[in-house]
Design a binder for this molecule. Sequence first.
Ligand code: HEC
Length: 269
Amino acid sequence: MTRSVYAGLTAAALFCAAVPLSAQNSADALAIGRQMLAEDNPGELWAQRGERLFAEKRGPKGASLERCDLGLGPGKVAGAFAQLPRYFADTDKVQDLESRLMTCMVELQGFKREDIIRNRFGTPDRDSDMEALVSYVGSKSNRMQMDMPLAHAKEREFYKSGEYLFFRRSGPLDFSCATCHTEDGKRVRLQDLPNMMDPKQMQMVVSTGWPAYRGTQASVRTMQHRLYDCNWQMRQADLGFASDTSVALTSYLNGRAKGGVIQLPGVRR
Ligand code: HEC
């Protein structure tokens, strides 16, 4: 099926889901909409494209990503997402999936960092390779459990920094992530906000969440995009793509989602 057909179906499913039916509360209706999408998830198309891109010889160096080390050894994709972010000795950094893929695209394929960052989010007339690659690699951990390592001192440092950032109130609205994400039953417009203090909800957010096919955007978006969006909602300075701040937040979220069974790409509003 083509993307436009998918987008149409998606819009229809979301529209049905968003109409408050008198017999149901809107949370039930939204759950039904999500279920409909999950059964025929357009995100699969991104994962398939990502698989092709991964194996294709590309970039100024004409190389594939088959020697890319995502933490489990060169070319080992299965299970890699379950253990990210993690520390990488070659870059001496803790990296999430997006930042690690960027390292591989620069080092192995010779792409320019600025170009990858410019094309990090797809638009209606230009697909993002990053969104496709993340969908592919994420889905290769399906049915495995989240198990982010905390053995290295830097991994623990990033987790702790993420925790600090999650609770720190700042910016013109004096919001923290916790302002919106630590209570049950909280909503912004029709959206249920996950309570990230609840381990089960935290697991769902990470292990069946991002990368997610977003019906409202008719595209897959990655966790980097989700964090960028929430950061913007807080009226903070833009969150740099693959920045240490963004990776620290993901370390905190993924670390606390330990044990969550992965099923990606997710499906979101
Ligand atoms: C002003 C309220 C607000 C603040 C503050 C906020 N978010 Fe969000 N967050 C939202 C909304 C709204 C959504 C989308 C919910 C939806 O569409 O299902 C969301 C969704 C998310 C999701 C995806 C949840 C899921 O189930 O897919 C993550 C992860 C997230 N936020 C992380 C953060 C982090 C980390 C911070 C702090 C940097 C933060 N948020 C700050 C409102 C907020």
